[in-house]
Design a protein around this ligand. Structure first.
Ligand SMILES: Cc1ncc(COP(=O)(O)O)c(C=O)c1O
Ligand SMILES: N[C@@H](CCOP(=O)(O)O)C(=O)O
Length: 531
């Protein structure tokens, strides 16, 4: 398993620094956690705790004239002193060690042009032991109390601790199903006993992007409103379909203009209709995703449009809660493996960050090994990994059924490398046939997976074949989108309408004459295993 030592070596440790400390991980030895806790006074200092406590204590309904936001405001206790800010990531020797930015600044890059990340005041969070955070997060599950009914905002102190709950734009995202893939594991993966699929795609807009978008749009909402009143006229993104759907829905809910750049003819119809229906400005561009990404970066540098891609590290603060949620769903036991399909590569890092934050704060004692799975047609990270991390080469991504990860120049490649190195991680790839077969086999065992989940499942098949993942290893495959967004690929597969693909799990409908004898004939053949 990945160890604390491996993680300590990573530059993520700098994210967990105290604001005024030069020690990169002041709490790594855990002595802070041994300090006796003065539970009562500390509890009183945390507004969200007060709200949570009153949730459990209050048995009666809120007054009819009050909505859940107003109820939350009434119950709000004194402010907390948790905070977070941006730092360069991963830090390079050229970076000023004191470089940091308020989350209220509009900034996406460090002064040396590198990525940024959100750094939390871990000293403030570590005043509470892991058991406190576990209990607090558990106490908020399944409630409507604003904003904690959301799987993201139920972990508000770990996400955007300073935002006023009134500014939060939430569609009660998260809390997604962790599906025990019993039959797939037992029958098709060499008797795996502990295989799970985290259905992040069973969500408001049908993908995991909702988790990050609630955070980003909430922060934009805060910036636009008094007293900050920043002149942000809209929020924009480049997209392979899911980011744009999430951005459009959250912006529509908040009344903020959304602008989306889409690669023409490269996203599914179901994805395309989402921003159109939500009233976004949709630009369909004659280029690929990487071309759209370059353009949105140029445009957001010129116009008062806030950038919503995961280059903006706010998104990852929401996405990381899926990792915390997995731990929670296992009663805070750590899985052995987590397999994540990768494209622009923000999500693999978000998972690492969520797990690592829980380890550092004592909610768990280790982190899982991570696997990043890429389509062979869009595999720049896989090639980088196979080169022994020597040289990263962007590539032109070719067409793949996993169209949302058809990305050749991922913006978060540096983040992915940190996550994989710190967790003794692996990168695997899947051909078109492998991913479609894996997806279709999963469907045969009760799922309705998307092709990206197929990529992750195909990676699992390979790692089982190589005996890297054992039959009893607790393994979580992250399903990133709803299969209903990608029905055309399933139709083509079951129609055996894909060039050079056997489509071995195709299950086409049988055309039968509408008379009793013909129907009986077909059914008898079916029951006798002849067709
Ligand atoms: C459905 C789906 N799966 C996986 C990914 C990959 O996530 P990331 O870009 O964070 O690597 C994306 C987006 O890129 C996606 O839309
Ligand atoms: N799959 C993504 C691609 C963009 O990724 P992002 O996380 O940087 O927004 C999409 O759906 O657009």
């Amino acid at each position: 398993m990945a160890t604390a030592a491996a993680a300590t070596a990573s530059s993520l440790s700098l994210l967990f620094a105290h604001p005024h400390s030069s020690n990169p991980r002041p709490f790594a030895g855990g002595s802070h956690l041994r300090r006796p806790l003065r539970a009562a006074p500390h509890r009183a200092r945390c507004a969200s705790d007060a709200a949570a406590a009153s949730t459990t204590a209050t048995k009666h309904r809120r007054p009819a004239e009050e909505n859940i936001r107003e109820e939350a405001a009434r119950l709000r206790g004194p402010g907390n002193d948790f905070s977070a800010w941006y730092v360069p990531f991963p830090p390079t020797p050229e970076d000023n060690p004191n470089e940091r930015y308020s989350l209220d600044e509009v900034v996406y890059r460090s002064s040396s042009g590198g990525l940024l990340d959100v750094c939390h005041d871990m000293e403030a969070l570590a005043r509470f032991p892991g058991s406190y955070w576990r209990d607090l997060f558990d106490s908020r599950v399944g409630r409507t109390t604003w904003p904690y009914g959301s799987g993201v905002w139920s972990k508000k102190e770990f996400v955007l601790p300073e935002i006023d709950s009134d500014h939060i734009v939430s569609l009660f995202e998260g809390n997604s199903n962790l599906f025990w893939a019993e039959r797939l594991g037992r029958e098709h993966l060499g008797g795996m006993t502990d295989l799970w699929v985290k259905h992040c795609g069973i969500s408001h807009t049908g993908s995991f992007k909702d988790l990050g978008m609630t955070v980003l749009v909430s922060q934009v909402n805060r910036l636009r409103r008094a007293p900050l009143s920043r002149p942000i006229n809209g929020v924009g993104c480049a997209s392979t379909g899911d980011t744009s759907a999430a951005l459009s829905a959250y912006c529509a809910a908040a009344g903020i203009p959304a602008i989306v750049f889409l690669p023409a003819d490269r996203i599914s119809l179901q994805q395309l209709i989402q921003p159109i229906a939500n009233g976004a400005t949709v630009l369909s561009l004659d280029t690929d995703f990487d071309g759209c990404m370059r353009l949105i970066r140029e445009v957001t540098a010129e116009l008062p449009i806030y950038l919503a891609n995961s280059l903006n590290s706010l998104r990852l603060e929401g996405q990381k809660t899926a990792a915390i949620e997995i731990l929670q769903q296992f009663d805070w036991q750590v899985p052995d493996w987590v397999i994540v399909p990768g494209g622009n590569l923000g999500n693999i890092y978000a998972f690492y960050k969520g797990f690592e934050m829980c380890r550092v704060l004592g909610l768990v004692d280790r982190v899982p090994r991570l696997v990043c799975a890429q389509a062979a047609n869009a595999n720049p990270l896989y090639r980088f990994y196979k080169s022994g991390w020597t040289e990263f080469q962007p590539r032109v991504a070719e067409t793949t059924f996993a169209s949302a990860i058809q990305i050749g120049d991922p913006v978060s490649v540096d983040r992915a490398v940190v996550a994989l190195k710190a967790t003794d991680g692996i990168v695997e790839e899947a051909t078109e046939e492998e991913l479609m077969d894996a997806m279709s086999l999963a469907d045969r065992t009760g799922m309705f997976a998307c092709p990206h989940t197929g990529v992750a499942l195909a990676a699992l098949f390979k790692l089982r074949d190589q005996r890297i993942i054992g039959p009893n290893d607790r393994t979580v495959v992250v399903s990133t989108a709803h299969g209903l967004k990608f029905t055309q690929s399933k139709i083509d597969y079951h129609d055996r309408n894909i060039k050079d693909m056997l489509c071995q799990y195709a299950n086409p409908p049988i055309n039968v004459k509408a008379d009793f004898a013909s129907v009986m004939d077909v059914l008898q053949n079916k029951l006798n295993g002849k067709i």
